[in-house]
Design a protein around this ligand. Structure first.
Ligand code: 13P
Ligand code: SF4
Length: 323
């Protein structure tokens, strides 16, 4: 069987209870399902672990199972494969890319590094294995601030590829990192006007913002943080209502973790739709997850030479996150 379309396109018996079948096959094959917070609700329901990019990378290093299904985007599957080269790592649809990772081609990034010698290279985890192989330290939105603050104040740093996260980190650390000019098309779509309107409607609501958003949106925030940090804030804060400016998949966990609190998705600027979805994340469906487990395809492969280089900055991140 081939997976030319990027996923297994086999017909599925309509009578099957897919959730039950997925759990059954997962057990038979000794597989584990990881899912990012932006996944569809039904995917999060069958996952063994749900987390932000940092937690998913951390969990990957502790897994005993030989088969890992990553319900997330391609770079997340690559990160698991790089950390666990002996495991079979499956992403149910290889078309699940990332506009931010795509905004940074490895060859162009290499040129950027050559143009800025004697700089430490920090890359956001939303990058290809090729970009990670050129990097000194990988970061996620959970640990970027902490890791940058650990470096000497006069250290020259290149930060890629997210200009919004990079400029946010510059503003809170007082650094002047040189930024790659990339962005996430989902987080750049949030509208200041629509959030301000929502604030007028719900003055008691606190605003939660992912640092991939543009500065005017970040300035409206009561809390800026990774998906996990926003979730923690919602759990621990006394507010009963939150306006959420990140991909709407996170609302599933927020509602589950905070019964009695209300979560209002911040709308994108260019649509009448109330939610802002990452179309790549939403490519993973129960049907594709079922077929991927059943046929153990499509698998993620990373060139071993690239993987050998890329694992170093990922491990450096994991070490620096623990201290
Ligand atoms: P987190 O690391 O905050 O989960 O973010 C991942 C991501 O892709 C954000 O768009
Ligand atoms: Fe990439 Fe943006 Fe989707 Fe996150 S939300 S996976 S950064 S395209």
């Amino acid at each position: 069987m081939d997976v030319q379309k990027g996923y297994v396109d086999m017909p599925i018996d309509k009578e099957l209870n897919l959730k039950e079948e997925i759990l059954k096959i997962k057990k038979e094959k000794n597989a584990v399902i990881l899912a990012h917070f932006y996944q569809r609700d039904e995917i999060q329901e069958v996952a063994d672990f749900i987390g932000d990019s940092l937690a998913l990378a951390q969990i990957a290093t502790t897994l005993q199972q030989p088969v890992v299904v990553m319900c997330g985007v391609h770079f997340m599957g690559e990160t698991v494969k790089i950390l666990c080269p002996d495991k079979k790592v499956i992403v149910p649809d290889l078309n699940a890319g990332c506009s931010l990772a795509d905004s940074c081609d490895a060859k162009d990034f290499e040129k950027f590094i050559e143009e800025n010698p004697v700089h430490t290279v920090i890359s956001y985890v939303n990058t290809s294995a090729g970009v990670k192989a050129l990097t000194d330290i990988v970061v996620t939105s959970s640990n970027a601030r902490k890791i940058v603050e650990r470096l000497p104040a006069d250290e020259k740093i290149i930060f890629g590829p997210d200009r919004n996260l990079g400029s946010y980190i510059n503003s809170v650390t007082g650094r002047n990192m040189k930024l790659w000019n990339g962005a996430c098309h989902v987080h750049e779509r949030f509208s200041v006007e629509k959030i301000v309107e929502l604030k007028k409607q719900y003055p008691d609501a606190k605003v939660l913002v992912h640092p991939e958003c543009q500065k005017p949106v970040v300035l409206l925030a009561d809390k800026v943080g990774s998906t996990a940090a926003l979730l923690d804030f919602a759990k621990n804060d006394s507010a009963k209502r939150f306006i959420v400016a990140t991909e709407s998949g996170i609302l599933y966990k927020m509602k589950q973790a905070c019964p009695g609190k209300e979560f209002i998705p911040a709308p994108p600027n260019d649509s009448t739709c109330a939610c802002n979805d990452c179309s790549f994340m939403k490519l993973i469906t129960l049907e594709k997850l079922y077929n991927s487990l059943k046929y153990e395809m499509p698998v993620i492969e990373v060139d071993p030479e690239i993987a050998a280089k890329a694992v170093k900055p990922i491990n450096r991140m994991l070490e620096m996150s623990e201290k």
